[in-house]
Every structure is written in C-alpha cells, then in structure tokens.
Design a protein around this ligand. Structure first.
Ligand code: FAD
Length: 276
C-alpha cells in the first residue's frame, strides 16, 4: 500500500459521557493518518439518529470529512426526507445508504424495502448532491438465498446510482477478488472498498461474525482460541493477520481500505503504520 492509498474509519455513536470523551482522543489519533473520511453507523428504526449526527459533527471538527450511515428499514419516506434535508443543511455531502436490520420482534415495516430503493429515493430527492456508498458482501449477505442472487442485488443497487461500495469484513482475500471480478464482468465499475475488522477480542468477533455471515478461517480461530484471555497475544496476532490481509488486498488492486474501528484507535493505527 502506498502513502496515498485512501483509507477511511468507521465509528458508532457513543452512548455515555465517557464514550463521547474517548471518541475525541480516538478521532485525533486517527486523523493524523490523513483518512479520506470518517463514517458513523446508524441504528435502524431511528434509535441512534441524533447520536449519528452529533458524532458526525464531532468527527468533522478534526477537519476530516464525516459521513452518516442511513438505513431505510422501519422508516417512512417523510422521515427519510426530513433526515436527508437535515443532513444537507448541515453541509453533509457523503452518505452510506443501507437497508439496515430492525431489532428482532420489530418486523420490517417502512416504505422502502431494500437499499437499492433507498439509493433511488436519495437520487430522486437530491440529484447528485450526495456521494452515496453502499454495502457489499463478498461472502454473501446472511439472508441471501444464494451468492448469485445476492450478487445481482448488489449490481442492482450499484446501478441505482451508488458512487462506491464498502464491503462487510472478511478474512479470505479470494472472496473479495472473486466478488470484484464478477461485478466487473457485469459491467459495473464503481470502486469496491474492502471493510477491515481489526482482531482485538475473540469472543465478540466470533459472535459478530456469526450474525453478519463473515467466516473466521479455521487457522485464525484455532490460534485465537489458544490465546484464551491473553489479550496482548490476541492483539499482536490480530495485527499481523490483518496487516497481511490488507497487503494482499491492496497489492491485488483494492482501491482503498475502510476500517471498522469500534471506536478504538490502537490496532487500526498500528496496522496503517505498518502498511505504509
Ligand atoms: P440490501 O442491499 O437491501 O440487501 C439486503 C438483503 O436483501 C440481501 O440479502 C439482498 O440480497 C436482498 N436484496 C437486496 N435488494 C433486493 C431486491 N431489490 N429484491 C429482493 N431482494 C433484495 N446496519 C445498521 O443498522 N447500521 C449501520 O450503520 C450499518 N452500517 C453498515 C456498513 C457497512 C459497510 C456494511 C457492509 C453493513 C452495515 N450495516 C449497518 C449492516 C446492514 O444494515 C445489514 O447487513 C443489512 O442486513 C443489509 O443492509 P444492505 O444495505 O446491505 O441491504
């Protein structure tokens, strides 16, 4: 990876005063790495709507652009319209547009069913004002009936007017390269940025990976299991594995890297410094 390979960092809206105070330090550490942008997740059903905007504003104080994520599940068109107008008034030019997942028991609801409809809606309401990122799943979305169906749904979403895509995290570089090849074969040229998850906590990673459909390869799982509570070894091994993955990806043509920071600076910063 070169000094100029674009990187970006994703955050979630902190829920406590301590979390908000810590965010500023994490932001300042990661800002020194000159990312292209920060992004902030959004709770489907509007649960963190205010937190998302506040976090975007805090991150932007560093001088780095910040993009809110936005999901359509459970929302009316009027609610989405109001939110988009609000973002536009705040000078926001970049969005990550998603379907989202409602907490279990809340049903699906909402007027737009899939992310491609949200992208169409944003384009219809705001033309080219926003640069729109969408999600991609090299190992297939967990609810997809098949890889092919999911691939076609991704292509539909890209053709609805997305500027760029960020992938779900994965540990198998081949899954990414195969996905990109198939998208290109369908004539879709938008950049597809790998989403990178640093490995810092095995229990949380295993739980999250099950839910989002990311495979943890056996050789990584076995090592992490063997480390038990030894957090230093997990972190050191995790940084090695993820640095190598990032190297493979950028050498193979990935146009940038998007890091899921989980509001922690150290592993992301160490990996980026090693890559550069
Ligand atoms: P879609 O692209 O709509 O796809 C969802 C499912 O429906 C897939 O199985 C797809 O194959 C299928 N599908 C898509 N379009 C159609 C169609 N037209 N007809 C029939 N089937 C279709 N979640 C949050 O709640 N908040 C966040 O901030 C957030 N940020 C994320 C950021 C990234 C980079 C990624 C990769 C994921 C993020 N997620 C977030 C998780 C995401 O919301 C979930 O994975 C969700 O289940 C799918 O959202 P999507 O936008 O990919 O959906």
């Amino acid at each position: 990876m070169t000094q100029t390979t674009p990187i970006s960092f994703e955050f979630f809206p902190p829920k406590t005063d301590a979390g908000r105070a810590k965010l500023v330090g994490v932001r300042d550490t990661l800002a020194t790495l000159a990312p292209e942008f920060f992004s902030v997740t959004y709770g489907a059903g509007g649960s963190t709507q205010e937190g998302t905007l506040n976090t975007v504003l805090t991150l932007r104080e560093s001088g780095i652009d910040a993009a809110p994520h936005l999901s359509c599940v459970g929302a009316t068109k009027a609610e989405l319209s109001a939110l988009l107008n609000d973002y536009r008034d705040q000078g926001i030019r970049r969005l990550v547009a998603l379907r989202g997942d409602l907490p279990s028991g809340m049903g699906m609801g909402g007027e737009l069913r899939y992310a491609n409809e949200l992208v169409e809606f944003i384009r219809a309401e705001h033309g080219d004002h926003f640069s729109i990122e969408v999600a991609a799943y090299p190992e297939a979305h967990p609810q997809a009936n098949s890889f092919e169906t999911d691939l076609n749904n991704f292509i539909r979403k890209a053709n609805a007017g997305a500027n760029s895509a960020i992938t779900q995290y994965f540990f198998n570089a081949d899954a990414y390269f195969y996905f990109v090849d198939r998208v290109r074969a369908a004539g879709v040229e938008i950049p597809i940025i790998p989403g990178i998850m640093p490995i810092t906590n095995y229990t949380k990673l295993a739980r999250f990976s099950d839910a989002c459909g990311a495979e943890i390869p056996r050789w990584i799982r076995k090592q992490l299991e063997a480390f038990g509570d030894d957090q230093d070894s997990i972190r050191a091994f995790g940084e090695d594995v993820i640095t190598r993955l990032c190297q493979q990806l950028t050498e193979g043509g990935a146009p940038g890297l998007h890091f899921y920071t989980l509001n922690q600076a150290d592993s992301c910063a160490n990996i980026v410094k090693r890559l550069r």
